[in-house]
Design a protein around this ligand. Structure first.
Ligand SMILES: Cc1cc2nc3c(=O)[nH]c(=O)nc-3n(C[C@H](O)[C@H](O)[C@H](O)COP(=O)(O)OP(=O)(O)OC[C@H]3O[C@@H](n4cnc5c(N)ncnc54)[C@H](O)[C@@H]3O)c2cc1C
Length: 412
């Protein structure tokens, strides 16, 4: 007999979850208040990050923290209300970022990242999305020799331990590889395995079209109306009340509000981020992270996308794109950005957890309800892996990655 399931949230994570459940014979409705791939999964830097084997730790250098506190670091901006609201999970994030805890998190995180490109590759092929993906890696550039030397040592350690491949480029090699650079820099780490997506929202839409072509339903609806009903779950949609035996919450940055309504208090927080597009006359060949300034430049179909670091602010606080203003000046030193394309800067939020691991598995106190959120800095990368792992758990199959470290019960 076919089992029915609702997937709430059609970002990269929810859409991939829907596809993987469908592949296992479930009758799936993918529910979102907007069309697929319109929120966080559209505005990111578009990197499928095979090299990101370590989750992003809370920076611990006293000098950096002082600069953040004084509002002098472009990487981080904060609203007092945001810090106050997120104080407890942020404190736990700081604790989990100690070298020993971070090493444990890295073990669990790297097991997911290891499959990221292979899982995307299958969906990219089936969705006919090759035109959106460039498989030539991305660069982390350094302005000072000291930072470059440190980065080479770290990259070598990661290569030995996790098999992530890189090439160290000196000033000349970097200038040759990226003729659009206006300044001689100390060098770059060219990570060779990551992929660059030139329209991240379009990739989610292609995956959603594949889901529909295979018989899935995409429905507009409001996840806050989710209710246990009889032996299953029901949600209000534009097509009336949809009922199913099971449901998955894949609401990215909006997951916290949804699970709080069900009585859960998990250490979740947000790192908001902005982007703006520019009519750069000479586009970069590959995306680039300016490591000592904390922004990414990524060539997109729309133009050159400049993305910012972390802003600690409530999800619904009005935009304060001061970091964009700061990093735009820094980026203009390196490349000719040209004019900004018209329109307000895009604003989104990375859905983060204090222990830096995503939340994937059964809801501890609600039979038939599943969680799939909290993929923080790499949710675009991890969507297909997260979708497969969750679908295997729902189907009761042997999972391709041990799910223990990601289960929601770790917070109970
Ligand atoms: C500036 C920036 C740069 C980034 N760069 C990268 C990168 O290069 N590579 C990478 O891997 N990751 C990157 N990330 C992180 C990545 O974008 C996120 O981790 C990922 O998009 C999260 O996906 P998601 O599906 O969980 O959430 P989302 O894409 O936000 O999807 C959640 C969905 O839930 C829906 N929803 C919310 N509330 C309701 C409701 N009440 N009813 C119905 N639907 C609802 C929303 O409409 C949305 O479609 C970046 C993030 C930012 C902010």
């Amino acid at each position: 007999m076919t089992s029915s399931i609702l997937v709430l949230g059609a970002g990269m994570v929810g859409t991939c979850t829907a596809l993987h459940l469908q592949q296992r014979g479930f009758e799936v409705a993918l529910v979102d208040r907007r069309a697929p791939g319109q929120e966080t999964s559209s505005g990111n830097a578009g990197l499928i990050q095979r090299e990101a084997v370590e989750p992003y730790a809370f920076p611990r250098e006293p000098g950096f923290l002082l600069n953040v506190a004084l509002g002098r670091a472009a990487e981080v901006h904060w609203h007092a209300k945001g810090l106050w609201q997120m104080a407890v999970p942020l404190w736990r994030y700081f604790q989990h970022s100690s070298p020993s805890s971070h090493a444990k998190a890295t073990d669990a995180y790297s097991r997911l990242i290891a499959h990221a490109s292979d899982e995307h590759a299958l969906l990219v092929a089936d969705a006919g999305a090759q035109d959106l993906v460039k498989r030539e890696g991305f660069r982390v550039v350094f302005r000072t020799p000291a930072a470059m030397d440190k980065a080479v040592q770290r990259a070598q350690a990661l290569q030995e331990r996790f098999g992530v491949r890189f090439q160290a480029q000196n000033t000349q090699a970097l200038a040759q590889a990226e003729p659009a650079l206006r300044l001689p820099l100390a060098g770059a780490i060219h990570w060779l395995q990551p992929w660059a997506v030139n329209d991240p929202g379009a990739l989610v839409q292609r995956y959603a079209q594949l889901f529909v072509a295979r018989g899935g339903r995409v429905v507009r609806g409001d996840a806050t109306s989710l209710q246990a009903q009889g032996l299953g779950w029901a949600v209000q949609t534009a097509e009336g009340c949809l009922q199913a035996e099971q449901a998955v919450l894949a609401l990215g940055p909006w997951a916290d509000a949804a699970i709080r309504a069900l009585g859960y208090r998990f250490p979740l927080f947000l790192k908001r981020g902005y982007h703006q597009h520019y009519r750069a006359p000479a586009l970069l060949r590959q995306p680039m992270l300016d490591a000592e300034r904390g922004y990414v430049l990524a060539p997109m179909r729309q133009g050159l996308r400049l993305t910012t670091g972390a802003e600690f602010a409530p999800i619904d606080a009005p935009p304060t794109p001061v970091q964009l203003t700061q990093v735009e000046q820094m980026a203009r030193e390196l490349v000719s950005l040209g004019e900004a394309l018209p329109g307000a800067p895009w604003l989104g939020a990375r859905p983060c957890t204090a222990d830096m691991l995503p939340v994937m598995g059964p809801a501890p106190a609600h039979p038939g309800l599943w969680f799939n959120f909290g993929h923080s800095h790499q949710g675009f990368t991890l969507g297909p892996v997260a979708g497969r792992l969750l679908a295997e758990m729902v189907a009761g199959e042997k999972t391709f990655v041990d799910p223990q470290a990601y289960l929601p019960t770790r917070f109970s």
